[in-house]
Design a protein around this ligand. Structure first.
Ligand SMILES: [Zn+2]
Length: 249
């Protein structure tokens, strides 16, 4: 983390993996910020958060600050999907970044000069520029996935055409308490699965196969439901017959 060199503190940051070039730029920015806030030997060291003395890690303040500084802002109902019981911890960051439109899609890498626009196509349709909203929402692969989910649960509704509004509307389509939880979980699971599938196509040379993707997505929703909510008996019913689950719930 750091060490004293002749009465002056020097930050030594270690990373768990080799950083990409575009990440180095973010590290340099962070380095400038932390260099302005070095420990001083002659002073008592304590923890402050926005000039406020704290005795424990101020999770709520950090959460509010992140929401404040990272546009676009996310409605509370969506944030609860990410940080409560609906997403496994290993997938939370990806889903949160997706809602923040901060996934490192090809448009971002083009902007940073890492790749050319010719290599920035969507891995699903191979005809449009890969952006956050395209890969998760407007691409025909993604849109068909959302439609397939509605069909699976026997729901029909005209949907908003902006991702944020769409997500809020999605949560309101089911009101039954137990089903509502699984429905919220499905929202995160679709997002995470699209991103995972995209990575497999891009980095593991997998071919896009919509039918196989939908099958594995439904299985994943079943597994997440069992893992996070403990509905061990109902997962197969969700997988094979969402309608009957809705009737029984
Ligand atoms: Zn596409």
């Amino acid at each position: 983390m750091g060490e004293w060199v002749e009465n002056s503190w020097v930050w030594n940051l270690d990373w768990r993996r080799r950083l990409y070039e575009w990440e180095m730029e973010e590290v340099r920015t962070m380095q400038i910020i932390i260099d302005q806030n070095k420990p001083k030997r002659e002073l008592h060291q304590g923890v402050l958060w926005k000039n406020k003395e704290v005795t424990s890690y101020p999770t709520t303040d950090i959460y509010a600050t992140l929401n404040e500084t990272l546009a676009p802002s996310i409605p509370k109902s969506i944030m609860s999907v990410v940080w409560q019981k609906f997403i496994p911890p290993r997938a939370q960051l990806t889903v949160w970044m997706a809602f923040k439109e901060r996934l490192k899609t090809a448009d971002f890498l083009v902007e940073k000069g890492v790749i050319s626009v010719q290599n920035a196509g969507c891995p699903f349709c191979r005809s449009e520029l890969e952006t956050n909203s395209h890969i998760l929402f407007t691409c025909r692969f993604a849109w068909s996935t959302w439609m397939e989910m509605l069909k699976w649960w026997n729901i029909s509704a005209p949907l908003h055409m902006s991702f944020s509004n769409f997500s809020c509307q999605w949560l309101g389509l089911i009101n039954d308490r137990k089903c509502k939880d699984i429905w919220a979980l499905s929202l995160g699971c679709v997002i995470w699965s699209l991103w995972y599938e995209r990575n497999q196509i891009k980095f593991d040379s997998k071919s896009a196969n919509f039918h196989n993707f939908i099958t594995s997505l439904k299985l994943r929703i079943g597994f997440w439901t069992k893992e996070l909510m403990g509905y061990s008996g109902c997962a197969p019913n969700i997988i094979f017959n969402a309608d009957s689950f809705l009737l029984r719930a």
